[in-house]
Design a protein. Sequence first.
Length: 201
Amino acid sequence: MDILNKSQFRHFSERLWPKNYSVDSGHNNGRLQIRNCSWRGEDESIQDGKIAVLPNFVSVMCPVQKEDGLYLICVLDWKHGMNRVFLNVPSGACEEGEMMDKSASREVEEETGLKCVSIHPLNKNPIVLNGRYLNCKFVPFYAELKEAGSSKIENPDEFTKTVLIKWNDWMEFIQEGIVEASSIITTYLFMESEFWKKYSS
């Protein structure tokens, strides 16, 4: 697993960016449903709109303590919605009928090749990212890991690379807008949790 620093971000981003990107306004992903909705406004008029219904998902904080400090296992991931590469902690959608802790363990193993010794939710309830346009919730987790391995991602449509990032660099990436909201929320909930004491002392 490569260690990523700020100077290498552009290099990996360019490698992960797909060619000939275009947007088809009529395209729907198989997991995405666009639904019409309506409601009555304050003036009693009927309002309408659209919402995107997505599967619930998980986000997993995977810290690694090394001799020279605290690192975080992260995934460089090209996202077609913004046509850019983001940094995130291991994360992904829950399968239908799958418990969220099982989803979290599965995503960690799929994206990093590492097995979870234990996994713990960082919030009492699922979190809503955008209640106006999205019907979707996520749960942040903290995981203790077992053994090294290699990424098992086999989906050719995913442009990803698993990396180790020093904690201070990770916090700078957050400030630079390279990290998505769910990973930011997971980070700060981790820092407020009892598990943070193990790494901050």
